[in-house]
Design a protein around this ligand. Structure first.
Ligand code: SAM
Length: 231
């Protein structure tokens, strides 16, 4: 079901390891930072993701996907906080972090005592970022690429997905996948800051967190983020 790390992901991993070993001093560098809302976790994040992206595209000579993995997202922070505050949700279980980005939620699941954590993302740089971030937090996470959304989830006790409902097309693919996962008996938890792509009555809130804002487009110091599960 899960694609092994190879090709583009191996190249991305080599590049991230090089950047981490010899960080520059400008806005385009990566820094290992503690996440204020989830201080148990440190992540390699871009000082300024847009500037990092521009430099890497210039270096590659072709377009690269937006480096979502190089920032923390409100939905992922709330979900990671929820797993660490309720370790029984993940402890001893097989966890899949869908659209993992930096791997923040996957790392929180591993710290909470999950038996096995798989983090999946279609962006090879995100797969590489999960690998270096798991290493920085001394936890084991299997980072995998490939698109799972048209498949049937199997072998998963807990499916977690942070900030995956960020546009209409993504929500239209993710929500049926979550429903299929729940139908197999898996617990499903989504961290969502209310970006306007969640139809009513599909998910029910189980918790709500005031997450410090890190996104420039949001002009409030705190964003209210819900952790939800299928109804
Ligand atoms: C907004 S980021 C959220 C990252 C992370 N879950 C968090 O909360 O920090 C969305 C992520 O979805 C990933 N993504 C988009 N389409 C995907 C797909 N079909 N399968 C897996 N990941 C996908 C992107 O590459 C990106 O890393």
């Amino acid at each position: 079901m899960l694609a092994p790390m190879r090709g583009a992901t191996a190249v991305a991993l080599t590049e991230l390891e090089r950047e981490i070993d010899a960080p520059g001093g400008g806005l385009d560098r990566l820094r290992l930072v503690r996440i204020p809302f989830v201080p148990e976790v440190r992540l390699h994040l871009a000082e300024d993701a847009i500037v990092w992206w521009a430099r890497m595209e210039a270096h590659a000579g072709h377009a690269l996907p937006p480096p979502y993995w190089a920032s923390v997202w409100a939905g992922g922070q709330a979900l990671a906080r929820h797993l660490l505050d309720h370790p029984d949700l993940a402890a001893g279980r097989r966890v899949l972090d869908l659209a993992a980005g930096s791997g923040l939620v996957a790392i929180a699941a591993a710290l909470a005592g999950a038996e096995r954590v798989v983090a999946n993302d279609i962006d090879p740089y995100a797969v590489a970022a999960v690998t270096v971030n798991a290493r920085a937090n001394r936890v084991t996470v299997a980072a995998t690429g490939g698109d799972l959304l048209d498949s049937d989830p199997a072998g998963v006790d807990l499916l977690v997905a942070g900030d995956v409902l960020y546009d209409e097309a993504m929500a239209a693919r993710v929500l049926p996948f979550l429903r299929r996962a729940a139908a197999t008996g898996a617990d499903v938890l989504v961290g969502d800051p209310g970006r306007g792509h969640l139809p009513p009555d599909v998910l029910a809130a189980v918790a709500s967190y005031p997450v410090p804002t890190t996104e420039p487009a949001v002009d409030s110091p705190v964003r209210r983020v819900q952790v939800l599960r299928p109804r």
